[in-house]
Design a binder for this molecule. Structure first.
Ligand code: SF4
Ligand code: SF4
Length: 192
């Protein structure tokens, strides 16, 4: 997939992903229904107005903009959509500005559910889950952050507390008993 550079009216220059050639064999006609089954609304009612992309705080950082992702869903381009980077912040700004009441944020969540079921799991999700099992939080404790917290007279991170080991054990138990470890492929890391 190549890149092209685009200059916006504002003068902003941005590298965009080059359009791909699509053939009919890549279209999955029931994809819109699958999204509904996984909690999203009917993407076929999208007007392609672009409001969602206009208000999205991360739209300049993703390969495809929110409106384009919804368009992919309408076409049934499941594979393209599931490969799109998982950077939606679920801030719901797109929902507030969508005239068709589609709630693109929930479509993004449905796409993540489908991606997980199909085994498309980005490494950072596994990393966050592993950290949760080890430290009780998705981000690895960082001495620099702890130093800044002390400087700001904030309380220590809970993971510093000896009692917190109990919480971490409970998290491990929950992850194992719900099968989340198997689902995302971190089974071997769960403490028994
Ligand atoms: S919920 Fe996701 S797609 Fe919608 S505006 Fe926020 S970051 Fe963008
Ligand atoms: S704001 Fe709603 S109707 Fe407009 S492009 Fe986005 S999803 Fe479609």
């Amino acid at each position: 997939m190549g890149e092209v550079e685009k200059t916006f009216i504002s003068g902003l220059r941005e590298k965009l992903v080059e359009d791909r050639v699509i053939d009919e064999s890549q279209l999955e006609p029931d994809f819109a229904k699958e999204i509904v089954k996984h909690g999203g609304k009917d993407v076929m009612t999208c007007l392609q107005c672009g409001n969602c992309t206009g208000v999205c705080p991360i739209s300049l950082k993703i390969d495809y903009k929110t409106r384009s992702i919804i368009k992919f869903c309408q076409f049934g381009l499941k594979k393209f959509t599931l490969e799109t980077r998982w950077v939606c912040a679920t801030c719901y700004r797109c929902y507030e500005h969508c005239p068709a009441d589609i709630n693109p944020a929930e479509v993004m969540i449905a796409l993540r559910h489908i991606a997980i079921k199909e085994g498309v799991i980005p490494p950072f999700i596994k990393m966050a889950a592993s950290n949760l099992l080890k430290y009780g939080q998705s981000v690895k404790p960082d001495p620099e952050i702890e130093r800044v917290r002390r400087e700001l007279e904030l309380v220590d991170m809970p993971s510093r507390d000896k009692e917190y080991a109990k919480v971490v054990r409970e998290i491990n138990l929950l992850v194992r008993s719900t099968g989340y470890d198997k689902l995302i492929g971190i089974e071997s890391e769960v403490k028994t």
